[in-house]
Write a new protein. Structure first.
Length: 229
């Protein structure tokens, strides 16, 4: 009888160890599955912000676990940036993460007070991260009576054109107190007045008619081009 009892105990211990082993394998498999890293990150909707900036802000630069990294946690980190208006996160098959970003569009840098002006009228202190995008610099002071109207007109400039403007100077004369001079990256200059400010959106079409010539485009009074040199 004593020997039979011993055999039963050994059998029960073996079964217990087998159950624990199976559970351990299952738990290990689950852990390995849940720790599967993100395979690919697709960022869309950005015209100014670089992918590296978005990944660092979202803490995704090391491609962490696809399952432990929640969409809500990513969104909370990203919307802390003043440059980001809204974020939508989509998790797809094969551990692909898609991040759709709606930006607060940066319009220009105010050199006078070292601020970045956004299209939602927010003003951000100028920091090193401004290198994330190319926008024009406003080089001098604009009276308050003109400044708000100037900002409203800057919103109307197409993104593709805004990136071609290097500097903006408020340059009134005795005939026009709303006059501005825009320095373009390609070496041309453009005179504009506030009532015709959005005409700069036709800049690319004008370039096609200049045959590579450089000079000054007058859009403040009439529409003519003066070749320089």
């Amino acid at each position: 009888m004593a020997k039979k009892i011993v055999k039963r105990k050994k059998l029960k211990i073996f079964r217990l160890l087998l159950v624990l082993l199976v559970l351990g394998v299952i738990l290990l498999a689950i852990d390995l599955f849940l720790n599967t890293r993100i395979k690919n990150i697709i960022i869309t909707g950005t015209n100014y912000l670089k992918d590296d900036y978005v990944l660092t802000l979202a803490k995704l630069e090391d491609y962490p676990s696809f399952y432990y990294t929640t969409s809500n946690s990513i969104k909370k980190r990203l919307v802390k940036s003043p440059y980001i208006k809204n974020v939508k996160i989509h998790k797809k098959f094969y551990h692909v993460l898609e991040i759709k970003i709606e930006e607060n569009r940066p319009l220009f840098i105010s050199d006078a007070d070292k601020k970045v002006i956004l299209d939602n009228n927010e003003e951000i202190d100028l920091e090193s991260e401004i290198d994330l995008f190319r926008i024009p610099r406003l080089m001098n002071y604009i009276p308050n009576t003109k400044y708000n109207n100037f900002k409203k007109n800057m919103v109307k400039i197409d993104t593709s054109i805004l990136g071609k403007i290097s500097e903006i100077t408020y340059l009134p004369n005795e005939f026009d107190k709303d006059r501005f001079l825009l320095y373009m990256d390609d070496g041309n200059s453009v005179y504009l007045t506030l009532t015709k400010f959005k005409m700069i959106n036709y800049y690319n079409k004008v370039l096609n008619q200049l045959d590579g010539k450089k000079g000054i485009l007058y859009l403040d009074s009439g529409n003519h081009f003066k070749v320089m040199g």
